[in-house]
Design a protein around this ligand. Structure first.
Ligand code: FES
Length: 326
């Protein structure tokens, strides 16, 4: 059950390989006005996985352009199937997408900005770099990658930011030291982060450790980046003998809703918390992949964001749907 989700038909105009395993897609809606969209916007794309319709959410790359929406997709062997679907598309393919939406609030009145991107997390950060550079803001981007050869958009970023782009390539022995970076920032700096979940956890701790207020660290992450491998797990429904299998390529939210358990949702990115359901018992381990709950809430394992979080083993949940209430 989603509140508002308007799908529009679109065409894949072209693809471009940016780096090994990273491909850019230019998608043009049939009715396209090239209107500006907020920094950090994403679109949902309707994909087909094992014959079933699914939704995947991708950040828009850069600010609005006249030719369509640009996204970049990393081919992830550990993914739930979305990247495999996208990578087999050829120009001319028809797609259903949603209009851009953003949950990342940017306060443009700060004096200093720090951008942090890990790997494919550069996609929403590129637009932020463009917008801040255009405003003449004091901004530095720290871009953590395995190697420069695997880093997407390096030339574009160098053109936008010059020496305010700092590349931390681990194969050059230059790992990103978040503690040192955040400790060097003046108070009042706004930081925008996008990277995998482990890196976000490190960023949150480093940010707080450096004495900055947590609301000044704005972040996005990818729903596919957990701490456990993506694997099949089982969900038992409290007060019933229903037990569902959540295959690696589907979310718990989709399986619950497909089997008639009306779980509300909105972002499907682990950001809004609307899909959170009560956890009654854990026989295994929960892999919280959302950015909605605090560390403390995640440790307590009392709730799970069904859209992105996963588990190992079997968990028992209470969806609050009662058969006698239908
Ligand atoms: S739908 Fe927003 S966190 Fe799950």
């Amino acid at each position: 059950m989603r509140f508002i989700e308007t799908w529009i038909p679109a065409t894949l105009v072209s693809t471009r390989d940016l780096a090994p395993g990273i491909r850019e897609f230019l998608i043009r809606p049939d009715q396209f006005d090239a209107a500006a969209y907020p920094v950090g916007s994403h679109i949902n794309v309707s994909v087909t996985i094992d014959g079933l319709p699914e939704t995947r959410s991708y950040s828009l790359v850069g600010e609005a352009i006249s030719t369509g929406f640009k996204i970049a997709v990393r081919r992830a062997d550990d993914s739930r199937g979305g990247s495999r679907y996208m990578w087999q598309l050829a120009p001319g393919a028809r797609l259903d997408i949603t209009q851009p939406a953003s949950l990342l609030a940017v306060d443009w009145s700060r004096e200093n900005y720090c951008l942090i991107a890990g790997g494919i997390g550069i996609t929403p950060i590129l637009g932020a770099a463009q917008a801040l550079a255009r405003r003449g803001a004091d901004v530095t981007l720290h871009y953590a990658v395995r190697s420069r050869g695997e880093a997407a958009y390096l030339d574009d970023l160098a053109g936008i930011l010059g020496d305010r782009l700092v590349v931390h390539a681990s194969d050059e022995g230059k790992r990103l030291d978040l503690d040192a970076v955040f400790a060097s920032l003046p108070q009042g700096t706004l930081s925008l982060f996008c990277g995998p979940m482990r890196m976000l956890d490190a960023a949150r701790h480093a940010w707080i450790g450096a004495g900055h207020p947590l609301p000044d660290l704005r972040y996005e992450t990818f729903g596919s980046s957990g701490t456990l491998p993506t694997e099949t797990f089982r969900v038992r429904l409290k007060g019933s003998d229903v037990e569902l299998e959540i295959p690696r390529e589907r979310s718990m939210l989709d399986v619950l809703n497909a089997s008639g358990h009306d779980v509300m949702y909105d972002c499907k990115r682990g950001e809004c918390g609307l899909c959170a359901i009560d956890v009654v018992e854990v026989d295994g381990e929960i892999d919280h992949r959302d950015v909605f709950f605090s560390d403390h809430q995640k440790q307590s394992n009392q709730k799970i964001c069904a859209c992105v979080s996963r588990a190992r083993g079997t968990i028992t949940v209470d969806t609050l749907l009662r058969a006698d209430a239908i």
